[in-house]
Design a protein around this ligand. Structure first.
Ligand SMILES: Nc1nc2c(ncn2[C@@H]2O[C@H](COP(=O)(O)OP(=O)(O)OP(=O)(O)O)[C@@H](O)[C@H]2O)c(=O)[nH]1
Ligand SMILES: [Mg+2]
Length: 350
């Protein structure tokens, strides 16, 4: 316990070794990792968390390196998490910079961490979110989370960010595929990277058309009284007319990460989205939702732990399996016997 307190203190004091130890503890679900996260909870909420997802090889890591350089120019500190990377970061130069920065000052500005393993403590998205929390508590102003793929688990990871960026490329009709996969719903910014190759403009148009169609459909199902109203603070007409629709229109940005082109536009869009989130109360809504989701997941994993590691469920399972094998029980009957036994254990023990 004291050790955990010290670790939390070290992270607050921006000590890289403490951060690294904290991340390992969280990744492995080691002793006291939840206490650490709990202690740091009050330090959260300062970072802008940005998720970048997209198909393998789309240039996400190269873009991340460009963004780091962009943020460093304006003096912002950046933490990076690469989840299940299929290829390492290419930027030897970047790494060199990082080491120089770290040794030149006790206030490290860039920290890059790969998460090659799934968290032992819970699902990948929960663990990613918890590692993000450590980076946030440490004080990084921008946190970039890179994930490969456009499937459900990547969507879940992207949903732990404040801003979700989907990185596509001109080839292979990615646009259409991704829209069909439904990842569309979560992206706040679209990037067509490798715009130095042919077809980028066409993919951009495709995405914009699809975004337009979605928007049109979305409004048809909204009853008029649910639309934002032009009312002032006292319910009358406002002195300054507010825009009736302050919803976010996801921009589609062309970049060439290898040439460093379009990066300013992307940085600009990211800042605009952050401002939008703060202005309209959307940031608070997203963060509340995230806290609810996290709490549910922590309850889930605590219950799993309670059942499978701290009760006699495994013993009941072993004897139950024999009966299933002999044809005396179905697995469902055994499962409900296990649940009943665990309930009784808890009731008796509590
Ligand atoms: N032509 C071109 N190539 C690029 C661009 N951006 C990245 N690449 C190249 O694409 C390859 C993959 O780049 P990465 O940045 O590793 O892509 P990634 O999306 O992080 O890849 P994974 O993490 O393995 O999914 C590398 O060879 C890059 O040099 C670009 O804008 N134009
Ligand atoms: Mg990568």
């Amino acid at each position: 316990m004291m050790q955990i307190e010290r670790l939390a203190e070290g992270i607050r004091r921006r000590e890289i070794p403490a951060l690294a130890r904290g991340i390992s503890l969280v990744e492995n679900g080691g002793d006291g990792f939840e206490k650490l996260l709990s202690a740091l909870h009050e330090d959260l909420g300062r970072a802008h968390r940005i998720g970048l997802t997209g198909p393998p090889g789309a240039g996400k890591s190269t873009l991340v390196e460009c963004l780091i350089r962009g943020y460093r120019k304006t003096g912002k500190t950046v933490g990076v998490i690469a989840v299940d990377p299929t290829s390492p970061f290419t930027g030897g130069a970047l790494l060199g910079d990082r080491i120089r920065m770290e040794s030149a000052t006790s206030d490290p500005s860039v920290f890059v961490r790969s998460m090659a393993t799934r968290g032992a403590g819970g699902g990948l998205s929960t663990t990613t979110r918890e590692v993000c929390d450590l980076l946030d508590a440490f004080g990084f102003e921008r946190i970039l989370i890179e994930t490969v793929g456009v499937g459900q688990s990547e969507i879940a990871i992207a949903a732990t960010a404040d801003t979700a960026v989907l990185v596509l490329v001109p080839e292979s009709g990615d646009g259409v595929q991704v829209m069909k996969a439904g990842i569309m719903e979560i992206a706040d910014i679209y990037v067509v990277n490798k715009a130095d190759r042919p077809g980028a403009e066409r993919v951009k148009k495709e995405i914009e058309i699809m975004l337009g169609i979605r928007r049109g459909q979305a409004y048809r199902h909204v009853a008029p009284h649910h639309r934002p109203q032009l009312v002032g603070p006292q319910g009358g007409q406002p002195a300054v007319p507010v825009r009736q629709d302050d919803s976010w229109e996801p921009p589609v940005i062309l970049t060439s990460a290898v040439k460093g082109e379009g990066i300013e536009s992307l940085l600009d869009a990211l800042e605009k989205h952050r401002e939008y989130l703060e202005r309209g109360g959307e940031l608070e809504r997203r963060r509340r939702e995230r806290i609810a989701r996290l709490t549910r997941e922590v309850v889930d994993r605590t219950l799993r732990q309670l059942v499978w590691s701290e009760s006699d469920a495994e013993v009941h399972l072993a004897s139950g399996l024999e009966r299933v094998w002999r044809g005396e029980r179905s697995p469902y009957e055994v499962a409900s016997e296990i649940v009943a036994a665990v309930r009784k254990e808890i009731a008796d023990g509590a």
